[in-house]
Structure formats: C-alpha cells, structure tokens
Write a protein that binds this ligand. Structure first.
Ligand code: F58
Length: 839
C-alpha cells in the first residue's frame, strides 16, 4: 500500500488547510459548475458541488494510474459484465480516499449536513441483484489490491425499476437515475466505436490473393464510452468502469430529411438509442428477447474493440494479446465475445483460424452463476443469424471443429455429441451460450464449492470429463469497505478500537475478535451497536398511524430478489404458524420478533408478485392485531436496493438463507449479514455451506434437506399433499391463508400460490417446513439468552475472513488471470504553474 494517513504532528494544520481548500472547492463548483449562488442552491446543487470537489481529488491518482500502466505494460483484467450494481459513489469514494472526516467537517462548516448530501445521491441501479453487485465488489477489490482492471458494461439510461407498494402489490416505476446529473462519469466521445447488426456476409479475394470474408451490416450504431473512476481503499490505484451508451451514427439522416421522410430519420435515431435504454429486470428466467441480444453484442463489441485499440497502442500486433489482457465473462451475457473476437482477429486483422483460436482461448475465462435450467441462455439460431450473420457462421465453425474433437475422443457416442454441441437441435434450433463460453475459455468457474461440484457433476459434467483441469471454484466474496465500514460505522469503530483497522484490507484479522467473547465489556458494546442500529430502523419505519417497531425484538430479515426458489413463502408459513400459536396461547414462551422482508419481483413473474402481496396482507392483519402487539411484527421495506441494504444488514439479528438446497449458486447477502454480526438460519445451499464450515456448526442454525436428500425425494416421487395432511401446524397455516383470513375473506386471491404448494411444490417448501419451524424454535430459545447469542454473533463476524472479495479477487488473480499488482506512485503531482504548452 503506497498511500498512508498523515499521522505527523503537522496533521492538525494539514487538516484545517484541507478543510479550508475543500470549502473553497464547494463554493467554486457551486458558482462555476452549477452556476448558482449558495442561497439559491438546491440540495442537488450542493450534492453535485461536493461530488465534483471529491472527484477532483481522484484525478491525480487516476492520471498516475494510466501513466503507470503505459510505463510498466502490465496485464489488465477486462471484466465483461452486463450489470454493475455499484451503489452510491460519494460515500464510498470518501471512505476509500480517507476523506470522510475532512469532507464532513467542511460540509458542516459550510452549514450543511453530510448525511443529507450522501443520502441525496440517486444510486446507479444498473443490475438485478447478486451478479451485478458481485461485479461492483470485485471492482472495489481489484483497485484495492492494485490490479489494473477495466469493468466493461452498459450505461442503461433506465436501471432497475423503482418498486412501490400499492395496496400490498408491487408497482414498477421507471428509474431516472441520470436525471439529477451524474458527477462521477466522464463522457469520452472521441473514443466512440462503431457497431453493426443485420445484413449479410460475402466472400472476396484481397489484393494479395487471399480468400476473405466480410460482414456487410444493415445498420450501424455508435458506442460512446462513459468512464467512472474506481478508487481502491487507501491506495493510489484508480481503475475504470467503462460503460457504453448507444447513439445514432449521425443525428439525422439528411438524405431522408431532404426527401421529406422526417419521421423515418428520427425513427432511425430512436432505434439506435433504444439499445441501451433499459435494463431487463428479469431474474433467473431467460426470455430470449431480440433487443437483449443486441444489448449484449453491442457492449461486447464496443469492449473488445476498445481492448484491441489499447493493445495496438503499445504493440504492433495482437499476437501477445492474452499476455496483456485477461478477459472475464461474467456469466454468459457477454459470451458473444468469443465469436466477436474471432471475427475481429480473422476478418479485420487477418489472422488464420488456428492463430485466432489460440489467442481467443487464452484470453477468455467464464464464470457461471446459476444452476437453474430455465436461466441458461439459448438464442434461437434464426434470430442470431438475422442479427449477427457473421457470428453465426463463426459459431458453426467453432462447433464443427469442436464436435470433430469429441468424435475422436468418444468414437461412436452420438449422444455425447448431441449433448455437448453448441447447437441444441432437440426442437427449434438454439445456440447454447454456456457451451460457447466453455469452449471459448481456458478457465471456467463456479461461485461456491457446492455450486462448482454440482457444475462438475451435472450441468457441465461432459465438459468437466473432457477438460478435467478447466473447471475450478472461486467462492464469492463481498467488500468489507462498503458492507462494513460504510454501512455499519458503529461496528467498524468498535472493531477497530479493539483490534486496530488492519481488518479492513485483511478480513482474516477479524479472528482477533474471538478472545473478546469472554470480555463482558466488549460484548456489551457489541450489543449496544446492534441495538442502536435497530433503533435507527425503528425510528425510520414506525409511524403514529401504523405499527411502532420494537427494537428489543429479534430482527429476522430476508432481503433478496423475490423468487420461489429462495422460498420467501417458507418464511411466511412459519410466521403464520407463529401467529396462530400466539393467538391460541398468549402465554407462549417465545421472544418478540420483527420479520423484515425486502426485494423486487420480476415484473412478469406473477407468482413472485403474489408472494409480495401475501407478505403485505399478512403484515396488515398481524400488525393491527392487539393480541400479538409488540410480540410479532412484519415489515416489507419497499424498493430494496444497495442504499437500503446499507441499513438492513447492520441491524439484523437473524439472516434468512433458506433456498432449496442445490438452487442458490452462492448468495452474497448471507456473507453481508454474517460479517455484521447476524446469525444465519439456512439450508446447505450455495455459500451457506462454507459459511457454516467457517463459523462452526454450533454457531449456525441449519435445517432442511441437503442436495442428496432433495434428489432422493424427487426420485422417490414427491407428494406435497401427504405432508400437508400429516402436519397439523402446516395445515393450519395453509388453511388460514386459503380461507381468506389475510384477504378479507377472499378465498381466490392466494389460490394460485396455495395450489402450487399443494399440488406441485417445485421448491419443496412443504418438505422442509417442519425442520424449519423446529429450527426457528431453537433460534428463539437461544435469543432469550443474550450472552450466548452475542458470543455466537461475535464468532460469526470474527470468522468471515474468507468472504472478503479481496480473497476472491486474489484467487482469480492466481488461478485464472495470472496477473500481479501494479502499485501506483504519485509522480505526476500537479498542473504546471504557468499552464500548458501544447506539443
Ligand atoms: C446470482 N445470479 C446467483 N443473476 O443467483 C447468486 O446465487 C450468486 O451469489 C450471485 O449471482 C453472484 O454470483 C444473479 O444475480 C442475475 O441477476 C441475472 C441477471 C441477468 C438476467 C438473469 C439473472
């Protein structure tokens, strides 16, 4: 680490000088950039002025980082991801720069409130959930570990929709995140690239008599890069998030305009700009929309052309491209990069197929994030051929050569050829993107041990058998900067006061907390932090006319996308059961509980939306029932996003990680909760398995079937009705819902959900129900012994070292990318006194 805090005796003077400069900076930005007098400025003006001032402080490091790269020619990671769920920038940048205290003093001395300014930021919600947020954590760790990297993605004009709850139902509103202005990005119009689509291919002979192929696209759009600097924690390294926006190649087609087709000319422009208009909010359900494929190809082609340009700036050809770029495919969304890079190498740079294939396969690596068959991307051959005719030809050629290899390896086995082919020919013909990504990459990884094992044994078993060394595991991680330091300052302060602040960049150091479980004063402080975090939420969501939330209750939290496989309805069945028991027996010895939910449903996912309605309906009845007042409360927090996550992970007592075993690839919320001192109730799914291993079984509330039991039950023939008929508590809970107790007597409203559970139950909610309820009973008992609970919570946090994204990135660097840190020194110090002399 090359930049340190000032600790010398001059630091106080330095501080007050810096504060003075910052204040001058705010005023300057307000005046010259926003063009307003302070007394007329809006909160947004102040937010922008502060942000621009902070951004200026990053520029020196940014320019020095680029200089370091040019001088040292080290390898760069290109992280290709259709989503980057960055969360608000200002607060994070202040923390990573080490400027939080100074800026908040300067803001205060300017008569403002830093919290208000930070909270004003409209977060860039350019992702659906775990996958996009993982990409953001990885960018933070890459910069912190001083690994040169560029995150490449899409600058969606509308990110993830805003969720409102109306009469219990989810309502979607457009997300206008760019509306207030985005102070963190730099438009780089001069680095625009051109992207084609449609048209046809033709063969021709070049001037040297070589037979070549050329793609003649029917349409072109321009890709404009917008760069957001990504700063590491207390280092000088600044990496780049480069997001592409689509623009028409010219603002209007003057030919059309002159002949009077004004509408046609405008239409062309609108069509081009539609490409990056909106993020598809689908979650784990592939839908095969043409515009989505266009989005993928658009950002991939922009990014590959950009990397080629950067490379050719330094080298005469692309022979050594894989030594200079490691390109990661974040799921299959960017997998079209494989044929696109082949096209660039063969058609544009005139490499032979064999040379090109060697470069491509040494460049790419692929991360799989799902085991759900319905989430695997497969594009109709017809559509892909219509949009990207040259790419389809290349895919066919890749496939033909690959299948030749398979035939030699497994003579006579036609079944394995059918299974492994990139083209699915079982009905309408499809391109299987996961196969394309596997074949075009030198490394493939799953995101948790269990997930990788299941990939090896099931989803990608044929590929694993063919290339036993290609598939590896890199367990996910999250950044402790955002998910502890930023979001839980009280806990971060307590931890640092006890063990120093080394844990922020080496999370394994949290182990030093373990002996403190025997220090009553420390335990008391730990409890106090949790209590105050809970009080904050209670203050925020209590109201005079509705429930007043009780901070002494057990806060039981499930926040994540709403999906049947994540089983929010299992949680609900337990709540209804508890409600029923409390009504029948007011003396029941259970601690008071507040159940908190949050999460968005894909707009077209009817069952998930019905689950939201059911949560809110049960909440309405329970929260207004005097019989359970202060003992049972339910809160659905609308519009769960990164910002709301900042509040919720720190105040949870219990983290719900209750997916059916074998369905959740990893989960990352599970890690955020644990490192903030929540205990987990969970199944042996995804990274829960490793969390439990780390924290030890006695500090984890385990329930439910493991993957083998799930498989056995499925094979034996699963019948949810038998379970319903045999379990009185379950029957009572389901009947209450079915009979309309939570729907003003309406017995139809929740019928689709009840019928699905009783007659189908694809995620085996009923099979795991009894085990879940019994485990929850144990949770309640332990919570009634605060001393014991606190020790378990401290042990959880203390053993979270493995789940820092720093560890994940170090694994990728070692196992997959073969890249080394490039520490940046601040050589370029300041602007020349007398201005520039242009060369
Ligand atoms: C998630 N996938 C996994 N996909 O479900 C989760 O287990 C894992 O922890 C996480 O990735 C990170 O590895 C996920 O978030 C999406 O959001 C896709 C976005 C594009 C459409 C399909 C879903």
């Amino acid at each position: 680490m090359t930049r340190t805090n000032t600790t010398d005796c001059n630091s106080h003077t330095n501080d007050s000088n810096n504060i003075k400069k910052l204040k001058r900076g705010f005023a300057y930005k307000l005046f010259y950039q926003q063009g307003v007098w302070p007394q007329n400025a809006s909160l947004n003006d102040y937010y922008l002025a502060v942000s621009y001032t902070v951004r200026d402080r990053m520029q020196k490091m940014f320019l020095n980082s680029i200089r370091a790269l040019q001088e040292k020619d080290s390898k760069i990671v290109g992280y290709l991801s259709a989503e980057f769920l960055m969360g608000p920038h200002l607060h994070n940048n202040l923390i990573n720069l080490g400027l939080y205290d100074q800026v908040s003093r300067a803001v205060e001395e300017s008569g403002l409130d830093i919290k208000q300014i930070i909270d004003h930021e409209e977060e860039p919600g350019l992702g659906n959930g775990g996958l996009g947020r993982l990409a953001a954590c990885y960018l933070d760790s890459l910069a912190t570990l001083q690994i040169p990297a560029i995150g490449y993605g899409i600058r969606y004009e509308f990110g993830m929709f805003d969720q409102e709850i109306e009469n219990g139902w989810q309502k979607e509103l457009g997300d206008r995140w760019l509306h207030p202005g985005n102070p963190w990005e730099f438009k780089k119009a001069h680095m625009a690239v051109e992207i084609g689509s449609g048209g046809y291919t033709e063969r021709y002979t070049d001037d040297h008599g070589n037979l070549r192929v050329r793609w003649v696209p029917a349409r072109m759009v321009k890709g404009i890069p917008y760069d957001t600097p990504v700063i590491g924690y207390r280092v000088n390294n600044v990496n780049l998030l480069r997001l592409w926006s689509a623009e028409a190649p010219k603002s209007f087609d003057f030919d059309d305009f002159n002949v009077g087709d004004y509408q046609g000319a405008v239409h062309e422009k609108i069509m081009a700009e539609t490409i990056t208009k909106v993020l598809y909010p689908n979650d784990e359900q592939f839908r095969g929309k043409e515009l989505r494929l266009l989005q993928q190809y658009f950002f991939v082609s922009c990014s590959m052309q950009d990397m080629v340009r950067i490379h050719l700036f330094q080298f005469p050809n692309l022979d050594n491209f894989p030594d200079k770029f490691a390109v990661q495919l974040n799921d299959t969304h960017p997998a079209i990069a494989v044929p696109e890079f082949m096209r660039l190498l063969i058609d544009v740079h005139h490499y032979s197929w064999e040379q090109a294939w060697d470069i491509v396969t040494h460049t790419f690596a692929y991360t799989n994030h799902t085991l759900l068959p319905e989430a695997l991307e497969k594009w109709s051959v017809d559509m892909l051929g219509r949009l990207l005719p040259r790419h389809l030809e290349i895919i066919y050629e890749i496939n033909s050569r690959f299948l030749d290899l398979i035939r030699i390896k497994y003579p006579g086995d036609v079944d394995v050829v059918r299974r492994m082919s990139i083209i699915d020919e079982s009905g309408e013909r499809y391109v299987r993107m996961a196969h394309l990504a596997c074949i075009g990459s030198h490394a493939i990884n799953g995101v948790a041990e269990l997930h990788t094992r299941l990939l090896k044994n099931h989803t990608l078993a044929d590929f694993h058998r063919l290339w036993p060394d290609k598939l590896t595991n890199v367990t996910n991680g999250v950044t402790p900067r955002r998910w502890m330091v930023l979001s839980n300052p009280r806990l971060a302060r307590l931890i640092s006061s006890a063990i120093g602040d080394g844990w922020i960049t080496d999370l394994y150091k949290l182990r030093k907390l373990e002996p403190l479980v025997d220090d009553p004063a420390f335990c008391e402080k730990w409890q106090q932090v949790k209590f105050e975090n809970k009080q904050d939420i209670c203050a925020m969501f209590s109201c005079d006319c509705g429930p007043v939330f009780n901070p002494y209750a057990l806060f039981d939290v499930q926040v994540k996308r709403i999906h049947e496989y994540k089983r929010q309805h299992l949680n609900l069945l337990h709540i209804v059961n508890l409600y029923h028991r409390l009504k029948n027996n007011p003396d029941l010895d259970v601690p008071p509980r507040t159940f908190i939910f949050g999460g968005k449903a894909a707009p077209g996912y009817t069952m998930a939306k019905l689950i939201i309605k059911l949560i809110n309906s049960v909440a309405d009845v329970v929260n207004s029932d005097p019989d359970v007042k202060n003992r049972l409360q339910i809160l659905f927090i609308p519009n769960f996003n990164v910002q709301i996550g900042h509040m919720l992970y720190p105040m949870a007592d219990l983290s719900e990680q209750i997916s059916l075993a074998g369905k959740e690839a990893s989960g990352t919320g599970n890690m955020k909760f644990s490192m903030n001192g929540a205990l987990t109730i969970g199944t042996l799914d995804g990274a829960n398995v490793e969390i439990r291993e780390e924290v030890a079984p006695e500090n984890f509330f385990l329930f439910g079937m493991d993957v083998n039991a799930v498989e056995d039950l499925r094979r034996a023939g699963y019948n949810p009705q038998t379970i319903y008929n045999q379990n009185e508590g379950l029957k009572a809970a389901i009947n209450l819902i079915a009979m309309g107790h939570f729907s003003h007597g309406d017995q139809e409203l929740f019928r689709p959900l009840i019928d699905s559970l009783l007659y189908h139950d694809p995620y085996m909610v009923l099979a795991d129900y009894q085990s879940y309820v019994e485990c929850q009973q144990k949770v309640g008992e332990v919570f009634q012994d605060p001393g014991r609970w606190t020790k378990m919570a401290i042990r959880n946090a203390a053993r979270m070292g493995k789940f820092s994204s720093d560890r994940s990135i170090a694994d990728y660097c070692r196992k997959v990318w073969k890249v080394k840190p490039l520490p940046v020194e601040l050589k370029l110090q300041r602007l020349p006194e007398n201005g520039f002399k242009f060369p």
